[in-house]
Design a protein around this ligand. Structure first.
Ligand code: 6PG
Length: 261
């Protein structure tokens, strides 16, 4: 287990220079990273439930969080959270049915949700099986209903970062990166040849905490570009994530952080 590093950025107008210097937690390896994020989730959930009686978390897809989901499903970890007071959302979804292998909901449900004592109506999935534009409007309405207005103050949005710098389904060169009013949009992502639903930067940046989880040497160059390079969110959409009043945290392992020092 390693340590928090509020690394001063040097050189370019990196995302860090655009806001506060990011909090970067460097873990030894992927296993330590998984443990660190799981502990953080338990801590945030405990605080939120104590303060407001509920905990809202938005999950991302991809492979990085899979060991985290498996860990949280273990009995000794399950017991550390009041799952009946947890609400699960998604940062993005593929426009496929909920039982499709590419569905972020299907993957998370199989990995841990179906084994947790979470009320079914606390699982707020994006309906990838219906018309994408309609699904985006429907999810915005669900968020408005849950939060009681247009703002989306998730207690935690858990994000991944692709090796192209994308996050959620905000891919380089796509319009949703620059969305300023909508909270959820649908768009066809040519790079992956599929329609996607995604929270927009305004939705994610309203969160109390936006936390990236990045693992592996394959992400090292892009992580350096995102955190220390010039501010260019159209090419590096992860740079569009900087909560207005919340925290931006980076949970990374040493291979991914290799170029940050
Ligand atoms: C998705 C994710 C996506 C993911 C990144 C990182 O739906 O694919 O939300 O944004 O977080 O692509 O994925 P890995 O963790 O597999 O590198």
């Amino acid at each position: 287990m390693c340590c928090w590093g509020a690394k001063a950025t040097s050189g370019g107008m990196g995302a860090a220079n655009m806001t506060s210097t990011p909090n970067i937690r460097v873990s030894l390896d992927a296993a330590d990273l998984t443990w660190a994020v799981a502990e953080f989730i338990v801590q945030r959930a405990t605080e939120a439930i104590r303060a407001r009686g509920r905990f809202s978390i938005a999950l991302s897809g991809g492979s990085t969080p899979l060991p985290l989901f498996a860990l949280l499903a273990l009995p000794e970890w399950q017991a550390r959270l009041q799952w009946a007071k947890v609400h699960v959302f998604w940062a993005d979804e593929r426009c496929v049915p909920p039982d499709h292998k590419d569905s972020n909901y299907a993957v998370a449900n199989a990995a841990f949700l179906e084994r947790l004592p979470i009320p079914k109506n606390h699982i707020h999935r994006m309906r990838g099986e219906i018309d994408p534009t309609q699904a985006a409007l429907e999810y915005e309405a669900e968020l408005r209903q849950f939060f009681g207005g247009d703002e989306t103050p998730f207690d935690l949005v858990l994000l991944g970062m692709g090796d192209d710098g994308h996050t959620a389904s905000l891919f380089p060169g796509t319009a949703p990166i620059h969305e300023t009013t909508r909270r959820v949009v649908a768009h066809e992502v040519k790079k992956v040849n599929m329609w996607r639903l995604t929270l927009t930067p305004p939705a994610i940046n309203a969160a109390a905490v936006a936390a990236f989880m990045v693992s592996g040497e394959g992400k090292a160059e892009r992580l350096r570009d995102v955190i220390k390079g010039p501010f260019q969110p159209d090419m590096l959409p992860s740079q569009a994530i900087h909560p207005q009043s919340g925290q931006l945290l980076w949970f990374v392992d040493q291979p991914a952080a290799a170029l940050l020092t």
